[in-house]
Design a protein around this ligand. Structure first.
Ligand SMILES: [Mn+2]
Length: 542
């Protein structure tokens, strides 16, 4: 409150005229006795005092108004903070039956008002891109039924539309995405439709809209597998339909230098598959549109302020620029090409970006060759780094975190734990990585009290991708089989590298003339475990 002007000059209790609350001044009586004091100066002083009182009253009225308005403002701010989110009720009920789920009108309990409100609710209007995304989800459920569409120009154009919608959303996202558990975390997908199906059939069987929790993908969606386009279409479809349930991070294969390397990956290269599917011109356009999306993918995520998730590993610290590594990642531009880099990408940006998508935990024998900060050259070469115990301890304590979940290295057991049980490696494709016939695909569920591993058993029956010798394909012409092979729906033979392993495993097959991929009978042998961590042979600096 402002202090009254007349109070500050004459002290409290000066003679009040305007204000009822001001006490009568006792000096007023004394003054009337002192007749010699009746001069023009005294009158003038009296006028001034009165003027001050008027102004005092105006000031106190104003200051009371200011106080009231400030109180109102504070109250409004508090109310805004606790304001509830508008969560509309979906006016249909999902009835689950043998064939899956069916949408029926929601039952009510007779209140006319409830009924009227439900009827007035409209399904939110879908954008054309969301309509296409829904189609992608349908195609994913039965790719054989949509073989013609998948090879058409229409699919190419649809994919471009969805890519543009996804680019717009991703560019707005923070480079480090903060999530709250429960979260399912997935590692490399690498164009493996079958394993992605395993997860969708078991973890979001009723559809993403009825699945609880968040789904975080750590990158490497393309290359090495045959169904790169289907996997990208499905995941981007989910990403634009369920922006609050799906987070996609970037892997080292989400760069043009890697996913455009046809000579190295052959028919399993993403660029090769785009051109083979849609022709050179349209194929290159689709490939570039996908890469524009990849340029905008965030690089890291933190679950419950406790678990750091990233494709490769922790970046080297940049102490003179940023206090923490997370701050450095957050400071990266929202559009980054990394390999090759755009002109505006500076050295520190390239270093942080590359470390995030390429680094690996150091093996125990590499630990001795690391520098003082716990980092050293990776056996992958080309400037990639590996991080040891010291780097991990430093990173976790600086950022006040407990664990690191990353992907990037294949494991026969899907998920592995290393570095004093601080680093999880999760790999979500069981094929194309020389992990043997009995490899598993894994994912990790982080809920509010624990971290759990979910693996696909090698015995789990294949539904969509069949081996060439499978009875399912018996009645198809060689042309039809070739068409399916190109979509990744037929596996012709295993890679040459696996031949020696196969010969070693021959005794498993002796009782069975033609073992079908759909019917594994053996548990993984202990020999498989010994060679499980087969790092990718790709070098970043080629
Ligand atoms: Mn990788």
């Amino acid at each position: 409150m402002l202090q009254s002007l007349s109070e500050s000059i004459f002290g409290s209790g000066s003679k009040g005229g305007m204000n009822n609350h001001v006490n009568m001044n006792p000096r007023a009586g004394k003054r009337s006795k002192n007749k010699s004091f009746e001069s023009s100066e005294a009158q003038y002083l009296e006028t001034l005092k009165n003027e001050l009182k008027i102004k005092d009253a105006a000031i106190s009225a104003l200051s009371a108004k200011v106080d009231r308005l400030e109180d109102e403002k504070r109250l409004n701010e508090l109310e805004a903070m606790v304001k509830r989110r508008h969560r509309p009720v979906v006016n249909v009920s999902n009835v689950i039956n043998d064939e899956g789920r069916q949408k029926v009108k929601m039952g009510t309990r007779g209140s006319l008002m409830t009924q009227n409100i439900l009827q007035a609710i409209n399904e939110p209007k879908k954008t054309p891109q969301q309509v296409i995304a829904e189609k992608f989800l349908e195609v994913f459920q039965d790719p054989v039924k949509y073989m013609v569409y998948l090879q058409s120009d229409e699919f190419a154009k649809d994919l471009i539309e969805v890519c543009r919608a996804a680019s717009e959303v991703l560019e707005q996202q923070s480079r480090v995405v903060f999530l709250q558990s429960p979260v399912y975390v997935f590692g490399d997908i690498h164009g493996n439709l079958e394993d992605l199906h395993f997860f969708s059939d078991n973890l979001w069987k009723l559809g993403m809209d009825l699945a609880a929790g968040h789904f975080l993908f750590l990158g490497d969606y393309v290359d090495r597998g045959m169904s790169c386009l289907e996997c990208v279409a499905y995941l981007l479809g989910l990403r634009i339909l369920y922006p609050h349930k799906i987070t996609m991070l970037r892997g080292n294969h989400e760069t043009r230098d890697v996913n455009g390397w046809e000579q190295h990956y052959g028919d399993k290269s993403f660029l090769y598959q785009c051109k083979d599917r849609f022709g050179v011109a349209m194929g290159e356009t689709v490939w570039e549109e996908c890469n524009l999306v990849f340029d905008r993918l965030p690089l890291a995520s933190v679950i419950d302020h406790e678990i750091f998730c990233i494709h490769g590993g922790i970046p080297r610290p940049l102490k003179d620029l940023y206090t923490t590594e997370i701050q450095a990642i957050m400071a990266l531009p929202n559009v980054l090409s990394i390999m090759p880099s755009y002109d505006y990408e500076t050295d520190w940006m390239k270093q942080v970006g590359t470390d995030c998508i390429w680094s690996d935990p150091a093996s125990e024998e590499m630990e001795t060759r690391l520098d003082g900060t716990g980092f050293g050259d990776s056996p992958r070469g080309g400037g990639a780094v590996c991080f040891g115990h010291a780097a991990i301890e430093n990173f976790l304590s600086t950022n006040n975190l407990s664990y690191i979940i990353r992907a990037h290295e294949a494991h026969a057991y899907g998920v592995s734990l290393s570095k004093g049980a601080r680093v999880f490696t999760v790999f979500s494709t069981s094929k194309d990585h020389r992990q043997g016939e009995y490899a598993m695909a894994g994912c990790i569920l982080v809920d509010n009290e624990k971290i759990q591993v979910i693996n696909r058993s090698p015995k789990y029956k294949n539904k969509y991708v069949h081996r060439r010798s499978s009875v399912t394909l018996e009645n198809l012409s060689s042309h039809e089989i070739e068409e399916r092979r190109k979509l990744g729906l037929v596996r012709f033979s295993i890679a040459m590298e696996d031949m020696s392993r196969l010969i070693a495993q021959q005794h498993h097959q002796e009782e069975n003339d033609e073992p079908d991929e759909e019917s594994f009978v053996d548990e993984p042998s202990n020999d498989d475990v010994g060679v499980q961590s087969f790092a990718e042979t790709l070098r970043p600096g080629f």
